[in-house]
Design a protein around this ligand. Structure first.
Ligand SMILES: Nc1ncnc2c1ncn2[C@@H]1O[C@H](COP(=O)(O)OP(=O)(O)O)[C@@H](O)[C@H]1O
Ligand SMILES: Nc1ccn([C@@H]2O[C@H](COP(=O)(O)OP(=O)(O)O)[C@@H](O)[C@H]2O)c(=O)n1
Length: 247
């Protein structure tokens, strides 16, 4: 365990602010950053359009790590379940467990796989958008996807994982946690096709009972509204290396 206190002023000046003081890194690993011996997971959470996928992709490339976009699990399941009537949010139903028992859901790169069939454009379709929030709030769905996410992260060993609850629920021992934010106006400009749906998803993601979108206690909050990606990725990479060294 170590401290990053020495670099805090620089971090603050760079628009990255630390929440809490806990450092829960327990792993080190055979990652591309060359300072570790076991596994190293970097968690990136935040609302839609804050830049998670873009930043995770770039950071993973810089650190020579694979990346996992967990939203693809939710979108793939939403596509598959959209023909099944979903129960109320707090119901735990045999139907959903039965669906998971009879279908294989996986994520490879930037595609979701349902029973071995790659889904790409389908995952951004109206059919998925209409049920996504309800599917994501369902406790049975979340429990089953959590198992898939954890198994995949364990398999990858060292990786950059992005989603809504990675630092808080999926992998609380992540060596470095980032929570990305961007001003609403900026997010709406970057996601013009979503418009007010983005706000609706924000509200549903933050207010749902199970694993809501929230800042993990020991996350760095990163403002991705104005900064160039090159600058941001370099700073985030430095932080990951510092955290990895201090474990
Ligand atoms: N720092 C940035 N500067 C300019 N454009 C950005 C920046 N970060 C993200 N973007 C763009 O914003 C859009 C949304 O980003 P994305 O990574 O899909 O967000 P999220 O995964 O959080 O929903 C993408 O088109 C991406 O290229
Ligand atoms: N770890 C995660 C990832 C996604 N999700 C849900 O899945 C939806 C789609 O995730 P996404 O990452 O593809 O969405 P964007 O951030 O790209 O808009 C989100 O709106 C969440 O409701 C979640 O609940 N937990």
């Amino acid at each position: 365990m170590g401290s990053i206190a020495a670099v805090s002023p620089a971090i603050l000046a760079a628009g990255i602010r630390k929440v809490g003081s806990g450092l829960h890194a327990t792993h080190s690993g055979n990652s591309g950053i060359g300072v570790v011996t076991m596994s190293l997971v970097v968690a990136i959470d935040g609302p839609g359009g804050s830049g998670k996928s873009t930043v995770a992709y770039r950071l993973a490339a810089m650190l020579l790590l694979p990346m996992l976009s967990t939203g693809l699990y939710f979108r793939t399941v939403a596509w598959g379940l959209s023909s099944v009537v979903l129960p109320d949010q707090d119901d735990d139903t045999a139907d959903i467990n039965d669906w998971f028992d009879h279908h294989e859901v996986a994520v490879e790169g930037q595609v979701g796989l349902l029973d071995g069939r790659a889904l790409d454009e389908e995952l951004r379709s109206k059919r998925v958008q209409e049920v996504l929030a309800q599917v994501s709030a369902n406790p049975t769905v979340r429990r089953r996807i959590l198992e898939l996410e954890r198994a995949e992260i364990a398999k990858l060993g060292s990786c950059v994982v992005e989603g809504r609850d990675i630092g808080s629920v999926v992998w609380p021992d992540a060596v470095c946690k980032f929570y990305l934010v961007a001003r609403l106006k900026v997010r709406l400009e970057r996601r013009p096709e979503e418009g007010l749906q983005l706000l609706d998803r924000d509200l549903k993601d933050t207010t749902r009972y199970h694993a809501p979108l929230k800042v993990a206690e020991d996350a760095f909050v990163v403002d991705n509204s104005d900064e160039s990606l090159d600058v941001l990725i370099a700073r985030m990479g430095d932080l990951v290396k510092l955290r990895a060294k201090s474990c």
